[in-house]
Design a protein around this ligand. Structure first.
Ligand SMILES: C[S@@+](CC[C@H](N)C(=O)[O-])C[C@H]1O[C@@H](n2cnc3c(N)ncnc32)[C@H](O)[C@@H]1O
Length: 202
């Protein structure tokens, strides 16, 4: 399969990142991370767009956060990462400190929808992976937070096809349709991971 091939080609820069991704398969108390392909893509996007102020909604144990944090460290940037789970956030903090990325990452426990409002304005990039029920709300809040030309990225948008429940499929389908005709952004829908949506604020 193409993804197996890419997974052999893409190399995680730190052993802890590899360990985190591989340990996922042995656990049933966390949801899946973005994996190598999207992680590496996020890293690339941060550097290519010189995004110094980054927000992430959905930290889990910190796998995607580590790709964002590594890129932020390289360009002297900072990641604000948000999760509703205090337990996972504690774990993520420990993992990130093992990678020496703690100076470039702030952890905020709470609902993305509530925390976002209080974070700095003129954000360069927002990555949303979790809280699919709140995508509509997070989209509107993120547009307010982003600078002109800022990037907004949603994971899981192909739950509209692969979602486990009809309600989830319908919700994501409605979201995608709404976004596809939103003139405040340029957008690109990608079939990688569980589906990635890239938006550029006009
Ligand atoms: C798919 S996991 C994130 C995986 C992570 N981005 C990675 O790739 O390593 C989704 C996470 O979102 C969190 N979450 C769900 N709803 C949320 C909300 N409303 N606000 C903040 N976090 C939320 C969950 O606790 C869970 O840890």
């Amino acid at each position: 399969m193409k993804i197996d091939y890419l997974n052999r080609i893409i190399v995680e820069p730190l052993d802890v990142m590899k360990f985190l991704r591989e340990s996922e398969d042995l656990r049933d108390d966390i949801c899946p991370s973005v994996g190598k392909e999207i992680g590496n893509f996020l890293y690339f996007l941060v550097i290519a767009s010189n995004s110094k102020k980054i927000i992430e909604v959905g930290t889990s144990i910190g796998y995607s956060t580590s790709w964002l944090g590594l890129a932020a460290k390289k360009i002297n940037g900072h990641v604000y990462t948000i999760d509703i789970s205090e337990r996972l956030m504690k774990e993520a903090k420990l993992n990130i400190s093992l990678m020496n990325l703690e100076d470039n990452i702030s952890f905020i426990h709470g609902f993305g929808e509530e925390v976002l409002v209080n974070l700095p304005n003129n954000i360069d990039m927002i990555f949303i992976d979790g809280a699919t029920k709140s995508y509509d709300k997070l989209f509107e809040l993120s547009l307010k937070k982003l600078k002109k030309g800022g990037l907004l990225i949603f994971e899981d948008i192909l739950f509209s096809v692969s979602g486990k429940r009809k309600i989830q499929k319908d919700m994501m389908n409605d979201f995608n349709i709404k976004i596809s005709s939103d003139n405040r952004i340029e957008k690109s829908f990608l079939n990688i991971g569980d589906g990635l949506l890239l938006c550029l604020k006009k």
